[in-house]
Design a protein around this ligand. Structure first.
Ligand SMILES: Cc1cc2nc3c(=O)[nH]c(=O)nc-3n(C[C@H](O)[C@H](O)[C@H](O)COP(=O)(O)OP(=O)(O)OC[C@H]3O[C@@H](n4cnc5c(N)ncnc54)[C@H](O)[C@@H]3O)c2cc1C
Ligand code: FES
Length: 458
């Protein structure tokens, strides 16, 4: 028996700590080995967090596992000591498991309180144009929104849209694996981050486009809800009397759904405005039901006329470029929304005949088609406006005046037969990612320049 152990045994209160320390040492060694092997095999993260802080070299990783291992070791020592104490206490054996779990739960709670208490932190925006003193510990996106600084967000902070990019001017912590798919090497180099994935732990400095300071949140009243197809609703919102919205056609708003049924927190999604800028105290949206979708299920099953909801905007860079190039517009489903806004605005401002417009709208069957009368009427009235509707699976026996086939195939035929490819062309696409990718291929095959194709992927 070593002198230290003998000392611990002759001092009973120390015994439990000795036991914990020795078993903790074993755990620490195992954790160190796992961390080193993970790092050598190239897995840089554990539970989504980097094992090795940014800037560490292959040599310094040898230091990191022991360092984080020491934290684990201390926790294990403490737990083992508690276990020993409980075993030696008068607590009946049958209740000892519960006692250990309770101690563990209390430890986790206290650790969480300590680890997540970052106190107050300062966010400096655009080199001090705005300084916000806020409580640390929450994601940057949500913290800014609470302070009425709204960044674009199409997924409501889930880290799945890449819309909330922000330039950081100070260290805000390591890049999360969830951000990597949305940031190009150039953006990573330029310290661009996803605001919904950055947790505020210290004072930071960021740069945002000036126009984002003008984005407002509106408490809007649902004026009317119309069914336009079996799964698409027109939602008409009236903004508060004292407020107006100024936007470019094609832009979107974030629509907030309050907690309902099993959804415990407010949920945000992006919806393109179908209304035109001239009606600046109204917003119209076209919302297609996604089975099982949080926001669309709410809109289709819960939302009532007369109800008030929050919308924030305008956001987005899907708007008509100020050129005289021919516009090749393609949409499917609720992708009609921005084009409704664009064409209505062109009629109001008398610009619809200023450039050639081709509008291709694709649907599966006739029950998925809508606004046909309005669009064919525009086609007849305005010589430069051409509307082509296509059904990919028309029902047998129904009268169908439009084209048949996938909208991409139909568009390709028009590229060969009708569209003047000698004139500059611009593409405007709105719909599902699959449809957009297929449209891009057809457009590029027909010599359209990729950087002249603008899109919003729904
Ligand atoms: C810039 C922009 C503008 C948009 N404008 C419109 C618009 O005008 N009208 C409109 O209806 N939608 C629009 N969307 C899509 C919208 O933001 C939501 O993603 C969509 O309505 C689904 O929301 P949810 O909460 O009901 O579904 P979620 O709860 O987010 O999703 C539930 C499940 O459905 C899947 N899913 C999500 N979206 C789709 C989809 N479109 N098709 C199939 N499966 C899906 C998800 O992967 C998930 O598994 C737009 C998106 C963007 C990025
Ligand atoms: S809000 Fe969608 S990725 Fe950040």
């Amino acid at each position: 028996m070593g002198r230290a152990e003998a000392f611990a045994l002759s001092n009973p209160p120390l015994l439990s700590f000795w036991d914990g320390a020795t078993s903790g040492f074993g755990y620490m060694t195992v954790l160190m080995v796992i961390a080193i092997i993970r790092e050598l095999l190239g897995f840089g993260t554990l539970l989504g967090y980097p094992i090795v802080p940014e800037g560490f070299t292959p040599w310094t990783i040898m230091v990191t596992p022991p360092r984080s291992g020491i934290g684990w070791w201390m926790a294990i020592v403490l737990l083992a000591a508690m276990r020993k104490k409980i075993e030696k206490s008068p607590i009946p054996e049958t209740l000892q498991g519960t006692a250990i779990s309770s101690v563990l739960a209390a430890l986790i709670y206290i650790t969480d309180l300590i680890a997540n208490n970052y106190g107050e932190v300062n966010i400096s925006i655009n080199n001090g144009k705005k300084d916000l003193l806020v409580k640390g510990g929450s994601p940057l996106l949500a913290t800014l929104a609470n302070e009425k600084v709204f960044l674009p967000s199409a997924c409501g902070g889930k880290g799945t849209c890449g819309a909330c990019k922000v330039k950081t001017l100070s260290d805000v912590g390591p890049v999360m694996p969830t951000e990597i798919p949305y940031l190009s090497p150039a953006e990573l180099n330029d310290s661009i981050r996803l605001a919904c994935q950055v947790k505020l732990k210290k004072d930071i400095s960021i740069q945002i486009p000036e126009e984002l300071f003008n984005i407002q949140q509106y408490r809007a009243r649902v004026e009317k809800i119309n069914d336009v197809t079996h799964d698409i609703k027109e939602v008409h919102l009236a903004l508060p009397e004292s407020m107006t919205i100024s936007f470019k056609t094609g832009q979107y708003v974030q629509f907030e759904v309050p907690p309902y049924r099993k959804i415990k927190t407010p949920t945000f999604r992006a919806y393109s405005m179908a209304s035109e800028p001239a009606e600046n105290n109204k917003v119209e949206l076209l919302i297609r039901l996604v089975p099982g979708g949080i926001v669309t299920t709410y809109v289709h099953e819960v939302l009532q006329e007369g109800q008030e909801i929050n919308v924030t905007g305008p956001f987005g860079d899907f708007y008509v470029r100020d050129t005289d190039a021919t516009m090749i517009c393609v949409a499917g489903g609720s992708g009609m929304a921005p084009f409704k806004s664009i064409f209505k605005n062109m009629i109001t401002t008398g610009t619809i005949n200023d450039r050639v417009i081709w509008y291709f709208f694709g649907a599966k069957t006739s029950i998925d088609m809508y606004y046909l009368d309005w669009l064919y009427a525009l086609d007849e009235k305005y010589p430069n406006f051409h509307f082509v509707a296509a059904l990919s699976e028309p029902e047998e026996g129904t009268k169908w005046r439009g084209a048949t086939g996938l909208i991409t195939e139909v568009m390709d035929q028009y590229f060969q037969a009708s569209i003047n490819k000698d004139f500059p062309l611009e593409g405007y696409l709105c719909g599902s990612p699959g449809m957009l990718d297929a449209c891009m291929d057809v457009m590029k095959k027909n010599n359209m320049q990729e950087d002249k194709i603008y899109f919003d992927k729904f």
